[in-house]
Write a protein that binds this ligand. Sequence first.
Ligand SMILES: [Cu+2]
Length: 181
Amino acid sequence: MPVDTTPVRPGEDCADLAIITPRCPAPLRWVGGALGVLVLAIGAYHAIRPAPLASRSAVGDGRVSVAQAWMRPTPTSTGAVYLTLRNDSGAPVLLTGVACAPAECMMHISAEHDGISTMRMLDSLTVPAHGEVAFKPGALHIMVTGLKAPLAEGAVFPLTLHFRTLSDLAVAVAVRTGAPQ
Ligand SMILES: [Cu+2]
């Protein structure tokens, strides 16, 4: 599994911060220079907010559901989706991929080692039985690249989750400036 060791600041991911990483598209690199301070402030704001509980507006089949799927408006062709994935069944569920054609999506995770944040791509993710996994800024996120046009607030971005033993789950991701309450 490729590991990107490019340093980023804690609490950031490449959609937020335009860190210089091979997996972040080139336009974000210079946008980041201009917007870095502003975005850092926004990132810090989100980092200190408590993670919201899953809302009741979940979609799913009763065993696996997704709540609070959102992403920030995208100034460029890149963004990051956050959501809460809940497993109400008695067995672990394996998320094997994400898709968002015609753009491209992948699971990313940010982590901090020795004071330096790194990001890497995840091929799959286990949601424990009767548990949930939160994708949120500065941590797990679904990276979106190759958007044909920027996404403005109020737009809905279609995302599909693939599972090993369950049928696909279609998710309507709300484009908004902050996490749903
Ligand atoms: Cu990322």
